[in-house]
Design a protein around this ligand. Structure first.
Ligand code: SF4
Ligand code: ZN
Length: 301
């Protein structure tokens, strides 16, 4: 039974004993979303927020909820989609994204690897002996930051949920990468830099299961498709390990995030001055070496 109104539940809560019915779940989900924005001061009035969308359930849920909240909290939104050029995957999700934005009346900006770097990802991987995700991740971060500035966004919102963050935190622990963890959190980055647009994660405290349920019950008609290059074995193993642990010891994911949030201010402080921000000699984007990673890969293509 639903823990509030004793009707049939649509989802079980973390402790697996009580659930929520459809309307109580919507209320719970949206409250948690709005509370995360308020608690971590993710958005201020009059800000122009970019929403990085892929056409998948997380980013479209994010867009839907920010669109719902924008007049009440007095901010504006525009969507930004990066088209990597992955046949059979991105071309499908772009269709869903376009339709969704049109229905909501949100402006959609599309930037492609082909226009920016000369080739779609499918062709780049034939030319370079590199893992697809290593090329793709660098170029995507690069374009999101560059275009967020160009489009004058104050911040860029991404659809990362609780499960994504737990995986990243644990991967950094297992690999002894505290400096990378310092850049995580509901609002990313360590120190302000006008060339770095801060990323915000309003779905930070909502689990994958909750976001999937929400998008399904809201009838967001999305085709499920996964990137054919998604073979990052390390993350997949960590995800499976955490999911098994959560099943056996419910509440594990929330515990990891809560303890991470406790220590995050200290880790950020520790690394605040550790790395000097430099500017790429070729494209002037912020980076940590003489030439940024994107220009380095671009020169090899
Ligand atoms: Fe790019 Fe890898 Fe994500 Fe596919 S799985 S979209 S290649 S980063
Ligand atoms: Zn560069």
């Amino acid at each position: 039974m639903c823990k509030n109104c004793e009707t049939n539940p649509v989802i079980l809560l973390t402790n697996n004993t009580k659930g929520l019915c459809k309307s109580c779940f919507f209320r719970y989900f949206e409250r948690k979303f709005n509370k995360t924005i308020a608690q971590f001061k993710l958005i201020s009035p009059n800000e122009r927020i970019g929403v990085a969308i892929s056409g998948g359930k997380d980013s479209l849920t994010l867009l839907y909820l920010l669109n719902k909240l924008k007049s009440k909290k007095r901010f504006t939104i525009e969507a930004l989609l990066i088209d990597e050029g992955i046949k059979g995957y991105r071309d499908n999700t772009i269709k869903d994204a376009k339709k969704f934005c049109k229905e909501l009346g949100v402006k959609l900006n599309i930037v492609s690897y082909r226009d920016e770097f000369g080739y779609p990802l499918d062709m780049m991987i034939k030319k370079l002996k590199m893992k697809p995700c290593s090329i793709c991740g660098v170029f995507r971060r690069y374009l999101i930051n560059r275009y967020s500035r160009k489009l004058k966004f104050n911040k860029i919102a991404t659809g990362h949920n609780l499960d994504d963050e737990v995986q990243s935190v644990m991967m950094n622990q297992f690999r002894n990468n505290p400096e990378i963890s310092a850049r995580l959190g509901p609002i990313t980055g360590i120190k302000d830099n006008k060339k770095f647009i801060r990323r915000i994660k309003p779905l930070y405290l909502l689990s994958e299961k909750e976001v999937t349920t929400y998008s399904y019950l809201k009838n967001f008609k999305l085709k499920f498709c996964e990137c054919p290059y998604n073979t990052e074995a390390y993350r997949i193993n960590v995800r499976e390990f955490i999911n098994k642990f959560e099943e056996k010891y419910p509440g594990t994911k929330h515990s990891i995030i809560n303890s991470f949030l406790e220590i995050l201010p200290d880790i950020k402080e520790k690394f605040r001055n550790a790395e000097e921000i430099r500017y790429c000699k070729k494209c002037s984007e912020p980076c940590s070496n003489e030439i940024c990673k994107a220009c380095e890969i671009r020169s090899k293509i």
